[in-house]
Write a protein that binds this ligand. Structure first.
Ligand code: SF4
Length: 403
């Protein structure tokens, strides 16, 4: 039987069929007009699969409604969604697809939130439980790829960790690599850090900034459904608190990303509601850089009877993100969770970013991600070129890195 994880479990060498030609680096770029199909042909096809009117709205840059969002989740024509999302991607980004050179540090797996979907969490003393000291983080970063421009630090939530610990790990990261951009702490972690500090959010964020925090990854939103939260992660913050924190943090001048963890027990309507709330917040603050749809990995979790979302569903999630979130510049195909082939295909379904080289990712690998723990730079660039895009290195804030 073919496992749904087969496509992510292959070694990276098998992603490219033997003998397949790469696009030459100087291949001509395609202008937007070259990939656009006639609108009446698109509408005719859309009308046959429940997507009527959406091509016209996309081309006119008219905002899609919740009903459109639901139709996109229900339509059998994922390829049409891909065509529309690819056109919108090309309009914004031409042939450029971004990657970065980054390092992941999951500084502790101690956690008291007990989310059912999580395979990473441990309690101190459990097999495999760990909490890195500032010195360990400093040593790991000092030994890491000198070309890295970003360290991504997220972890579990353990209230006994002192406020100073978080300041110290940020200082340790900057001591090891003064030049590196520190992107750290999901909203869930920040919520706990603020409680532990016992100070106002603005003061805490200022102190974290002085210690080395540059931006935040924005995870921890899961799916904004109180029903699903009560069922699977009741100890985690509510959607309202996540949104309030993100709004305040954006207004304090920090950029973050936004995510949705899909493929658990949420309904399609709840997915659309999640996207609507992200879009509304982005209208207010403009503080989100990228949207990253995260496919739920079931292995070693409390809900391992659920399937890993199929490749078409993973591509659909990317395309809907591009089409529905009209105020997000960047849609990321996060290869660690999607698997390399789907992430690569995602660059033709609306994504303009593959994420980075990533060293030592633990959270999704504990949940069964069969992807490598690191991609070499030339491999990442090759994946992008094979997808027909021009690999372009970015920093965390999407500035092009010239080496
Ligand atoms: S998802 Fe995060 S908050 Fe939830 S149990 Fe896992 S580490 Fe803890």
């Amino acid at each position: 039987m073919v496992s749904p994880l087969d496509d992510v479990a292959r070694p990276p060498e098998e992603v490219r069929p033997p003998g397949a030609a790469l696009l030459p680096e100087d291949s001509p770029h395609r202008a937007l007009e070259e990939i656009q199909l006639p609108l009446d042909a698109l509408e005719e096809r859309a009308a046959r699969c429940g997507l009527g009117g959406i091509p016209t709205k996309v081309r006119a840059r008219e905002r899609l409604s919740a009903a459109d969002g639901l139709a996109m989740y229900q339509s059998p024509d994922i390829a049409l969604l891909g065509l529309l999302a690819d056109e919108e991607r090309a309009r914004r980004h031409g042939d450029v697809a971004f990657y970065n050179v980054n390092i992941h540090i999951n500084y502790t797996n101690w956690c008291n939130k007990f989310c059912e979907f999580c395979a990473f969490q441990r309690r101190p003393g459990d097999d495999g439980a760990y909490c890195m000291s500032p010195e360990q983080i400093e040593a790991e970063l000092a030994a890491a790829d000198p070309a890295a421009t970003e360290v991504h630090m997220v972890a579990g939530v353990w209230p006994a960790l002192k406020y100073d610990y978080f300041l110290d790990i940020l200082r340790a990261a900057k001591r090891a690599r003064p030049d590196i951009h520190v992107k750290a702490f999901t909203m869930v972690e920040i919520d706990q850090i603020v409680k532990t500090a016992g100070k106002p959010l603005a003061e805490v964020m200022q102190e974290l900034r002085q210690a080395g925090l540059d931006s935040m990854p924005g995870g921890g939103a899961e799916v904004f459904s109180e029903r699903v939260r009560q069922e699977l992660y009741p100890k985690k913050m509510s959607a309202e608190r996540w949104i309030e924190l993100a709004r305040d943090i954006h207004q304090l001048g920090f950029r973050t990303n936004a995510t949705m963890l899909y493929g658990m027990t949420e309904t399609l309507e709840e997915r659309v509601d999640h996207l609507e709330r992200l879009r509304a917040l982005q209208d207010q603050t403009g503080g989100f850089q990228a949207y990253i749809p995260l496919a739920f990995h079931p292995d070693n979790t409390g809900i391992d009877h659920l399937p890993f979302p199929s490749p078409p569903e993973r591509l659909r999630a990317i395309a809907i993100g591009r089409l529905f979130l009209d105020n997000f510049d960047h849609i990321k195909a996060y290869w660690v969770m999607l698997g390399l082939p789907v992430a690569q295909m995602g660059l033709n379904y609306g994504a303009n970013d593959l994420d980075g080289t990533v060293t030592q990712e633990k959270i999704y690998h504990d949940a069964g991600a069969g992807t490598p723990q690191q991609l070499h730079l030339d491999h990442l660039q090759q994946l992008i070129r094979e997808a027909g895009r021009v690999p372009t290195e970015r920093d965390t804030l999407y500035q092009v890195v010239a080496r």
